[in-house]
Design a protein around this ligand. Structure first.
Ligand SMILES: NC(=O)c1ccc[n+]([C@@H]2O[C@H](COP(=O)([O-])OP(=O)(O)OC[C@H]3O[C@@H](n4cnc5c(N)ncnc54)[C@H](OP(=O)(O)O)[C@@H]3O)[C@@H](O)[C@H]2O)c1
Length: 288
């Protein structure tokens, strides 16, 4: 098995030497890189997106399908997912809906048994589903809030990644994107436990990136800032908090879900073939 630049993912043998030692002579890899059109196409890829029924996950799923991927859409509610499947079909794409609670390991096992049975492979995973059941001080949080937030935001993505990486390894590689948050590096007031899970996602991304690189599986994270979705309504609908949040954003506005999807398309495509373990911030400059 040889990857795009001649590396061997099974043995971990790195790609063929690039041009540093050989600048003035023939260098096929370098020439190919200069001459080929950068490729964002995802035709023939099988992609699984969690939290695909609305918001950022919906925008990512629609975009992946627009670029040719066959999408498996996952969330708890099959009806809501079916609407996204219909939207993708109306644009000429391919998708199916599978209901699964990502905080429930039995449901995750069943999801991947189905993926293996139906497709026999997985090329792209987007760990996007997330929850924040508690908007308040950490001093007031109980064990139930901790468990729910960590189960859905961190434990589920970990075991989903395990399943996905095994399937990807069987078919020669793949790309994983984990949706974290700028709160993962700069915890937001009243969102402490949620922010801790998003910091965990960043660490998980880097740890898996190192472990899976020899298997030709790239793992990256997206860190969105404020995006107008169902999830962010506690901020969007509170004038005082919203005004404060917007003051922290140099572009002085929130994003719409579509503005996050473009970064994901880049990270899962061959255009990002040398990118793994990266945290891609999409926040209007908030962290700058
Ligand atoms: N919006 C923002 O400002 C913002 C900023 C930074 C990061 N993020 C992150 O972006 C991701 C997507 O959020 P969003 O803003 O698009 O929120 P959203 O519109 O509320 O969508 C959340 C999605 O996750 C699914 N979901 C929730 N709990 C689930 C569970 N237990 N099992 C399976 N699916 C579940 C929901 O579908 P069901 O209800 O059908 O299960 C829905 O599809 C999250 O990880 C969030 O932390 C959002």
């Amino acid at each position: 098995m040889v990857n795009a630049f001649g590396g061997d993912p099974e043995s971990g043998q790195p790609a063929a030497k690039m041009c540093r030692e050989n600048e003035n002579s023939e260098c096929i890899n370098h020439k190919e890189m200069l001459m080929d059109k950068i490729d964002f196409a995802l035709d023939g890829k099988v992609a699984l997106v969690t939290g695909a029924s609305r918001g950022i996950g919906e925008a990512i799923a629609v975009s992946l399908a627009d670029y040719g991927a066959q999408c498996i859409l996952v969330s708890r509610k099959a009806d809501a997912l079916q609407k996204v499947v219909d939207e993708i079909s109306s644009r000429g794409g391919k998708a199916e809906a599978v209901a699964c609670h990502v905080g429930d390991l039995d449901q995750i096992n069943a999801l991947f048994a189905r993926v293996k049975d139906r497709y026999g492979r997985l090329d792209i995973l987007i760990n996007n589903a997330g929850t924040n059941p508690y908007f308040g001080e950490m001093l007031g949080a109980d064990e139930g809030i901790w468990d729910k937030t960590f189960d859905v935001n961190l434990k589920g993505p970990f075991f989903i990644t395990q399943h996905a990486a095994r399937l990807m390894n069987d078919s020669g590689g793949g790309a994983i994107v984990n949706v974290s948050s700028i709160n993962g590096v700069k915890p937001a007031l009243l969102q402490g436990i949620y922010s801790m899970t998003k910091a965990g996602i960043i660490s998980m991304t880097k740890a898996f990136a190192k472990e899976l690189a020899p298997k030709n599986i790239r793992v990256n994270a997206i860190l969105p800032g404020l995006v107008d979705t169902h999830f962010s309504q506690a901020i969007m609908n509170n004038e005082m908090i919203y005004d404060y949040a917007i003051k922290m954003i140099p572009m002085a506005r929130h994003a719409v879900p579509r503005e996050i999807a473009g970064a994901v398309i880049y990270l899962v495509s061959d255009a990002a073939s040398f990118t793994t373990g990266a945290c891609f911030v999409v926040d209007g400059g908030a962290l700058a």
